[in-house]
Design a protein around this ligand. Structure first.
Ligand SMILES: Cc1ncc(COP(=O)(O)O)c(C=O)c1O
Length: 390
């Protein structure tokens, strides 16, 4: 009897899918990532992936990954602490630290895993984390796993944060935790202020720059460059699977903490190391950013503005994010999926966010137009959205 009850717990509510006749999740992509992806044998405009710089299909990047397979094999079949750590891991760690403006970097299998592993390795119940209420699930899960106290602050509200900082002094360590670019809203954290407030109250800032690395700043170096922060005293994490067009995650920061993580962060120590082919891809992506960022960024922002203007002209209600993410306020779960279906029917792939990723009535349709968007593709989008809201 008990096992029957157990399996009854896992009843996913599919009623919005039934009502709208559309399931926007887990489509099988058969080819990509140009500015289109193929699904069920048909080409869709790709406004869903985080391919900000449009380099995921770059011939040099693909070549670098293939050559690394020839040299190292498909996998190291080992954790980094054992025999999984290659010269490529070391090289990319050094490059990422130099690129982001931090002292040291460590590569994790993903940024989710990095955020999950970070807090249990550095915090416990004597500590408190003041967290932006829109922070990513991986930061929240990592914090929960550490047992430290959690105190959310209103999104990007610096007065509220300062009030919390004043009241948090009795704790051993106070962390201030935020994303740089908020992935569902496209808003950018007031990170200069967060960093200054953290220094003022002796707190440790922690920023997840997954949507900022390769995107923000005059040369794409991310949030620290964008906010003009030198000699950063806090912790920095980022995904290598978005603008840098590969996969994996990094934790960066001061050398002693990173040395500690290297031996005591179980999410790193006990997990198979990132494939060398991926790191060769990251290495090449960094070359492409370092040499081509002005042109790539111009194209990325041009595409973002084009899509945003088209949506505004067509009467869509957008969040006021300033990052190259355009987000439509779509309403409750059913309304959000219904709108995703309209894009789908127009052969445009988007990312719908519904509860629990966002509050129940604050669904979002996220669109990311990368630097690889062709003019004719953008025109297709404009024509389609004009028709959609008639
Ligand atoms: C803000 C943020 N942090 C972390 C992650 C997880 O990154 P990864 O895909 O490398 O696990 C994501 C990805 O969705 C993200 O948007």
């Amino acid at each position: 009897m008990r096992n029957v009850d157990f399996y009854k717990r896992f009843d996913v509510d599919m009623s919005p899918v039934v009502k709208t006749g559309h399931n926007p999740y887990y489509h099988q992509v058969q080819a990509g990532l140009t500015d289109e992806i193929m699904i069920d044998g048909e080409w869709f405009v790709d406004l869903a992936s985080n391919n900000y710089l449009g380099i995921a299909n770059h011939p040099e990047l693909k070549k670098a990954s293939k050559e690394a397979i020839d040299k190292y094999g498909a996998s190291m079949c080992a954790t980094p602490v054992a025999s999984g750590y290659t010269d490529l891991h070391h090289r990319v760690e050094e490059r990422i630290a130099a690129f982001t403006g931090t002292e040291k970097a460590l590569i994790y299998p993903s940024c989710y895993q990095a955020n999950l592993g970070l807090f249990p390795a550095i915090a416990n119940s004597e500590d408190i984390a003041l967290v932006d209420k829109c922070a990513h699930s991986s930061l929240l899960e990592g914090l929960k796993n550490s047992g430290c106290k959690l105190s959310p602050f209103r999104h990007n509200d610096m007065d509220y944060l300062e009030m919390l900082l004043k009241n948090s002094r009795p704790h051993r360590t106070v962390f201030v935790v935020t994303e740089s670019v908020f992935s569902t809203e496209g808003t950018i954290a007031a990170f200069r202020e967060i960093n200054d407030l953290s220094l003022k109250y002796g707190a440790i800032p922690v920023v997840d720059d997954s949507h900022g690395i390769g995107v923000l700043g005059d040369s794409g170096k991310g949030i620290l460059e964008y906010a003009g922060i030198a000699d950063y005293q806090g912790v920095y994490t980022a995904s290598l699977g978005k603008a840098l067009a590969n996969m994996g995650g990094v934790i960066c920061g001061k050398a002693p903490m990173l040395q500690w993580m290297k031996y005591y962060s179980s999410n790193l120590v006990y997990s198979t190391s990132v494939l060398p082919s991926i790191l060769a891809g990251v290495d090449k992506a960094l070359d492409l950013v370092e040499t081509g960022f002005p042109e790539l960024s111009k194209r990325m922002w041009g595409a973002k503005r084009y899509v945003e203007n088209a949506l505004v002209e067509a009467g869509f209600n957008l969040t006021n994010g300033r990052a190259p993410i355009t987000s439509i306020k779509a309403g409750d779960i059913t309304a959000t999926i219904r709108l995703a279906k309209k894009f789908w029917d127009a052969r445009i792939m988007t990312t719908p966010f519904v509860y629990p990723s966002v509050p129940p009535t604050e669904g979002r349709i996220r669109l990311i137009a990368g630097a690889n968007m062709r003019e004719e593709t953008l025109r297709r989008v404009k024509d389609a959205v004009r028709e959609m809201n008639r």
